[in-house]
Ligand binder design. Structure first.
Ligand SMILES: C[S@@+](CC[C@H](N)C(=O)[O-])C[C@H]1O[C@@H](n2cnc3c(N)ncnc32)[C@H](O)[C@@H]1O
Length: 409
């Protein structure tokens, strides 16, 4: 059996992250203050984060979606403020996104391989891994996955096709990604009926016009078909409401198909390269519990904003203790009056949240508000369901700076 080797190839040296609980978030107040969270978001390097999850979660994750950097050797800036709206290029404001720069293929494989090993360990015996890459490194990753899972555990190689402009003139336009799907065991979750799609109108017409079509095998045209292993979904672009401004954001429709096919409601799913949070947002919408993480604060901030809209159960935000985020006092007054809390002339905000009974230790976010994508302004006043006692406000500016202020009534 051929395998891929390179001089520095090594199994992961387990150095678990030291985690600090940043906050407990009750989306729009759901579950506040007693419900206990069963989904978790992590800020930090996923090698150390996954290592720290091994004792509790080894063999427990039902589905992992992984969309790491692709070995493109490019930088991917984020669009912030109203900059995510491609209809208004004059308003684009760019900020640092994530980098996909490597000295050479070896350093990239040194990054990918130990993370795949940990994902394999975290998957449950019925679990499935979807590894999303493209032509830059998918061939190498496939050999690594064959080694870890066994060749016979390759369930599919999914080709996601899309279209869009390209500067390429001396080759065909590169408009597909490869998603390698491996199951940990022979007995795995696959919900064919959850992902069926209508037959092509030509197929329906053919069966209607001839009794000989299909050589006597008549498909259930009403029920629809299990999709092929090549999928067309448009990339998140221009007029899509789901666009966050975070680079290389994947379409919700693509990740929904993966989620519905390979997990069940209540399952525990994970995405340790979550970026803008598409996968945990889709998972939350469909009743799955999740673990999600990213090394960039901007990614975690964007994911949290999406989750507070999707979820009806609390989730936690942990950060690697080394990933402390500099936090200053809000440079504006926080006004607390019986049931209202308002901010007077704050800097341009993306998001703010309130702990109405701050104990000085764990921030319990009981209510949140975010700047709606594109048009409207963020509300600067929040009505509380009950009179707050000891108020702590946390806010994130459009630039991604963090502020925290307390105010006693
Ligand atoms: C292709 S993007 C993911 C996009 C995401 N699927 C979405 O829909 O928005 C890759 C992500 O991996 C993150 N990343 C890179 N290295 C990481 C590491 N060592 N630990 C955790 N996240 C990492 C980057 O910050 C980036 O957000």
């Amino acid at each position: 059996m051929p395998s891929l080797t390179w001089p520095s190839k090594a199994l992961p040296d387990l150095k678990p992250a030291s985690l600090t609980l940043d906050s407990l978030i009750y989306p729009r107040g759901f579950g506040y203050p007693d419900a206990s969270p069963d989904s978790h978001l992590f800020l930090g390097d996923n090698l150390r984060i996954m290592a720290s999850l091994i004792p509790e979660y080894e063999n427990r994750l039902d589905l992992i979606y992984a969309d790491p950097p692709f070995f493109t050797n490019k930088r991917y800036p984020a669009r912030i403020g109203r900059g995510e709206d491609s209809r208004h290029p004059q308003e684009w404001q760019m900020a640092e996104g994530y980098g996909d720069h490597w000295e050479n293929l070896e350093t990239y494989l040194d990054f990918l391989y130990p993370r795949l090993v940990l994902m394999y360990r975290l998957l449950s015996p019925h679990g499935t891994l979807y590894l999303h890459l493209d032509w830059h490194a998918d061939a190498y990753a496939r050999l690594l996955l064959d080694e870890l899972f066994g060749r016979e555990r390759l369930l599919n190689e999914i080709i996601w096709t899309y279209h869009g402009p390209s500067p390429i003139r001396r080759a065909f336009n590169r408009k597909h990604d490869a998603i390698l799907v491996y199951t940990k065991g022979a007995d795995y979750t696959f919900n064919a009926n959850a992902v069926r799609e209508p037959y092509h109108p030509n197929t329906i017409k053919t069966f209607a016009s001839s009794s000989k079509a299909g050589f006597g095998k008549i498909p259930d045209l009403e029920r629809g078909k299990v999709p092929e292993d090549w999928w067309y979904f448009p990339v998140v672009a221009r007029l899509h409401n789901e666009r966050t401004g975070y680079p290389t954001q994947k379409p919700e429709a693509l990740l929904k198909r993966i989620l519905l096919a390979s997990s069940n409601p209540g399952d525990l799913v994970a995405d340790f390269f979550c970026g803008s949070g598409t996968f945990p947002a889709v998972a939350a919408r469909h009743g799955r519990r999740f673990l999600a993480g990213d090394v960039l604060w901007r990614a975690i901030h964007t994911t949290r904003e999406r989750l507070v809209e999707e979820l009806r159960t609390p989730f936690t935000l942990y950060r690697e203790t080394v990933a402390a985020i500099p936090t200053e006092s809000l440079p504006c007054p926080v006004v607390v009056s019986s049931l209202n809390i308002s901010l007077k002339d704050p800097p341009a905000l993306d998001y703010w949240e309130i702990d109405p009974a701050w104990d000085g230790k764990i921030f319990r976010s009981a209510i949140q508000t975010r700047r709606p994508n594109r048009s409207a302004e963020i509300p600067l006043e929040i009505k509380m369901p009950a009179a707050p006692t000891n108020v702590c406000v946390r806010a994130v500016t459009v630039d991604g700076c963090l502020f925290q202020s307390t105010s006693n009534r």
